[in-house]
Design a protein around this ligand. Sequence first.
Ligand SMILES: Cc1cc2nc3c(=O)[nH]c(=O)nc-3n(C[C@H](O)[C@H](O)[C@H](O)COP(=O)(O)O)c2cc1C
Length: 207
Amino acid sequence: MKVLLVNGSAITQGNTFVALSEIAKTLEAEEIETEIVEIGKRPVRGCIACGSCKEKGNGRCVFDDDICNRISEKVEAADAFVFGSPVYFGQPNGALLAVLQRLLYSNGAAFEFKPVANVAICRRGGATAAFQTMNMAFQMMNMPIATSQYWNIAYGRLQGETLQDLEGMQTMRQLARNMAWMLKKLHADGVADKPATEAAQPMHFIR
Ligand SMILES: Cc1cc2nc3c(=O)[nH]c(=O)nc-3n(C[C@H](O)[C@H](O)[C@H](O)COP(=O)(O)O)c2cc1C
């Protein structure tokens, strides 16, 4: 089994990376393969609601000139996901949200029923709001959300400072163990069980 971890920070070896690395190391100890992908420093587009992905149904965003589709190509083969974000103004960073929204809109079926978690790293405040914001997306994608002993947040400002947040690092390790447990139970018979679903019944309220 494989967990794909997405680092939203442009600081590739920063505090979000430290937290994701702790999760990855703990998952590997549970014999679960991991890959950390970086959104990086290059520009990313936001969703423009063009609907091309829905028309084509190919699981990819029409904009192929940034990291979004490169991540999307890895989604089908992944069994679970962790999204990591630095806290910017009490929110997830913009690049992460832009990519996450396009991934879920263009390739939602490849995410459904796969465990997910997010982690938020901050200097001082706003991490729980950022954490909740990211969970809003997963809660409407039929994704089981892995939790930990506390909200998945950790503190640190300068590169690597998060290592000093011992409770935060412990929260990351417990999250990884809980996700591994969830994955192993879900795949106990070698095939991921999925519940039945109904045909979509969209109601837009203004007709
Ligand atoms: C634009 C910007 C906004 C930020 N806003 C907040 C904030 O609202 N609350 C906070 O505690 N830290 C804030 N920070 C600090 C970062 O969240 C913190 O340094 C974090 O560890 C960065 O993670 P990284 O090293 O993975 O990029 C902000 C940093 C930047 C660059």
